[in-house]
Ligand binder design. Structure first.
Ligand code: AN7
Length: 374
């Protein structure tokens, strides 16, 4: 490919800011470079003067933000000569692991909680040829087993306990700062296993020249340290589903429960990093109910044309509540990561709705039906 403007994924885009070398075999599906979409109708409807953007990471190749971390984790696994990768997943990590393993010629083993991942995500893992192990337990059980089995079998863990995952995920923050020409005032994000909020904080920190622990991976040579893109960092706000909100309880939750199955997680692996991100930035954690999540998913789809999965609506859901209460003040510039695509889980999106009307295949019936709605 000779066209140098052809986008080739986030490792090529941010090569000098990531722990890769000429010897790293880049495994990419051209992930990243996702749209930052300004909300136009919802802010007007609630009568606020905030400027609010959605970072729609559901538009990545496998439909979620996980591709950002997976391109890094699988590329580094390939560099080590790994033949197989393993992860526990509520669905999106397994879809991404399966796709990138297929691309790299590796075997992906994915541990999923029995009966708790939507069909779209399961179909992805199966289509890409992963070995799907449905365990009689939840995500946290799967995570424990993955860490144990990696000591016993030649498999590379690609969950976000693998530090290369967060290195890939930090690029979401770079893209936002470049698109806005500055850091937002607030960055709102759903929190499950707590990797993404940690990755964003690394990214925002590096973008404004703060040295972070992650920079040891780049040998302290991240070019943003010399030439920062911006001078500020956002206040980080992490939202959880009420039934799976360990950061709100202050300890792991034994039996996490939420219809936002992607974040049905009780024992987040990046606990300390996420807590530090929120504390250092002067932010907070809060929780939203399943009903609020569904209402926001529907609001984004019907008022803004953005169809995301339930877990992804959590960021916008929490942000809207904090805007209404004044906790996020008028005039703020706010970004919300919307992590996964709505097509991942169509069953939840239409449940309880009366979605279709059946009419005769005649002009009169179709015309009647249309006029009734105008
Ligand atoms: C759509 O796929 O953990 O706080 O195993 O799929 O970084 O865990 C998914 C997490 C938010 C939470 N939104 O992000 C998995 C998995 C969506 C997600 C999260 C997930 P983290």
């Amino acid at each position: 490919m000779s066209n140098s403007s052809h986008y080739q994924g986030l490792i090529e885009r941010y090569r000098d800011r990531l722990p890769v070398t000429d010897k790293t075999p880049v495994v990419s599906l051209n992930e990243g470079d996702t749209p930052l979409i300004k909300l136009v109708n919802i802010p007007e409807q609630i009568g606020t003067s905030v400027e609010m953007y959605v970072k729609f990471d559901g538009q990545n190749p496998t439909g979620s933000f996980k591709d950002r971390g997976m391109t890094m984790a699988v590329s580094k696994a390939a560099e080590k000569g790994a033949k197989a990768i393993v992860c526990a997943s509520t669905g999106n990590t397994s879809a991404a692991a399966a796709a990138y393993a297929a691309r790299a010629g590796m075997t992906a083993f994915v541990l999923i909680p029995e009966g708790k991942i939507p069909m779209g995500k399961l179909a992805q893992a199966i289509a890409h040829g992963a070995v799907v192990l449905q365990i009689r337990g939840n995500f946290d059980d799967g995570m424990r087993l993955v860490k144990e089995v990696a000591g016993e079998a030649p498999v590379e863990i690609v969950n976000s306990v693998n530090p290369y995952r967060l290195q890939g995920q930090k690029t979401g923050a770079f893209e936002i700062v470049e698109a806005l020409g500055r850091a937002p005032d607030y960055h709102c994000i759903p929190v499950g296993n707590a990797g993404n909020i940690s990755g964003y904080w690394i990214g925002y920190s590096e973008a404004c020249g703060h040295n972070t622990a992650s920079c040891t991976l780049c040998n302290g040579e991240c070019p943003y340290l010399e030439n920062p893109l911006t001078t500020t960092r956002p206040i980080m706000v992490g939202y959880q589903a009420s039934g799976a909100a360990p950061f709100l309880r202050g300890h792991p939750v034994e039996q996490p429960e939420t219809l936002a199955t992607a974040i049905r997680i009780g024992n987040p692996q990046s606990w300390n990093l996420a807590k530090a991100a929120v504390e250092e930035s002067g932010g907070w954690f809060d929780e939203v109910t399943d009903q609020e999540i569904l209402d926001t998913q529907s609001l984004l789809a019907s008022k803004e044309g953005i169809f995301c999965e339930p877990a992804s609506a959590v960021s916008v859901c929490g942000a809207l509540r904090d805007i209404r209460s004044g906790k996020i003040p008028d005039g703020s510039l706010i970004t919300c990561t919307v992590t996964g695509h709505g097509l991942k889980d169509t069953a939840t999106a239409i449940e309880g709705r009366d979605p279709v009307q059946t009419v005769d295949a005649e002009l009169a019936s179709v015309k009647d039906a249309i006029l009734r709605h105008l």
